[in-house]
Design a protein around this ligand. Structure first.
Ligand SMILES: [Zn+2]
Ligand SMILES: [Zn+2]
Length: 289
């Protein structure tokens, strides 16, 4: 019996939810052959990929998991809300797993390490195991002081359902008001929600799989983390993952001028507007500045 079959057999409801949910999401993308595509649906898909992806990278990862900069409760909530819309679990669950990854990188206890568990489990199989839903909440308990973050965690499913309805309604309304745009509720749902979400998933998952296997390792981190150009660009800077394991609390992951880090550009813009302060940076960059 393969590890995957064993995991699915004795599975908790959450594991079954992930297996069925991920299957349905991937299959739903194929409905694009039925709905066709329009410019407005494509623009919506890309916009949501950028907004929700940055919700994960800037909100869930750099702010909530690593506290790498300071901001107001309102901006923190908006970033965490954008992350919660990316269908990658609620913020407390996401943060708990991510901190566990930093604490146990590439050991047996690191459930999404390609070194100890193989590429499939590192990429997405880990969410289909019981361990993914074992209580790791103590890793994110410091965030319990924010009731609005707990609210996002508790109401994760409703936020998801609301998002689907809103995207469908957006397409349906455009269809009525501007039929020349050639969209519909279903087409908007397929592109703006399913395709955009599945694409964002695989980009995020590549940080765990690809960026612990293929790429450069300028820093001696004692793990398999790498800097990978493709993931660096697609994942808004998160692919400079060897840099990140060496300087986990840095708000900036792309440390060389050519290491494009769009998440850092957003943080810098928010700093410029006075909405973010105290961004943590590695000593080597502070000395240069
Ligand atoms: Zn890592
Ligand atoms: Zn991290």
């Amino acid at each position: 019996m393969s590890e995957m079959t064993r995991n699915i057999r004795g599975a908790r409801p959450q594991v079954m939810g992930v297996v069925i949910g991920m299957g349905v999401f991937h299959l739903a993308c194929l409905a694009a052959f039925y709905t066709g595509v329009s410019t407005v649906a494509l623009i919506t898909a890309v916009t949501l990929y950028i907004c929700r992806g940055m919700g994960v990278t800037v909100g869930f990862h750099r702010l909530l998991a690593h506290r790498s900069f300071k901001t107001s409760r309102f901006i923190q909530f908006m970033l965490a809300l954008a992350g919660s819309l990316a269908v990658q679990g609620g913020p407390l669950w996401w943060v708990a797993h991510h901190r566990a990854h930093h604490a146990e990188t590439d050991s047996e206890a690191d459930i999404h390490s390609p070194v100890t568990h193989g590429m499939w489990q590192a990429h997405m199989g880990w969410m289909m195991t019981d361990e993914a839903f074992n209580e790791k909440g103590s890793n994110s308990r410091d965030l319990h002081k924010f009731p609005e973050i707990k609210f996002l965690q508790r109401n994760y499913i409703w936020i998801l359902v609301g998002q689907m309805l809103a995207i469908f309604a957006f397409g349906a309304v455009l269809n009525v008001l501007y039929p020349q745009l050639g969209t519909s509720g279903l087409q908007m749902l397929v592109w703006g929600f399913f395709i955009s979400t599945v694409f964002t998933w695989h980009v995020t998952f590549m940080v765990n799989s690809v960026c612990h296997r293929w790429g450069a390792q300028p820093y001696e981190t004692g793990d398999a983390s790498t800097n990978n150009v493709l993931v660096g660009v697609l994942a808004f800077g998160e692919g400079w993952h060897n840099n990140h394991h060496f300087y986990p609390n840095s708000a900036r992951h792309g440390l060389r001028w050519w290491q494009l880090d769009v998440s850092w550009m957003l943080i810098r813009s928010l700093m410029f507007l006075g909405l973010v302060t105290d961004a943590k940076l590695p000593k080597e960059l502070r000395e240069k500045a």
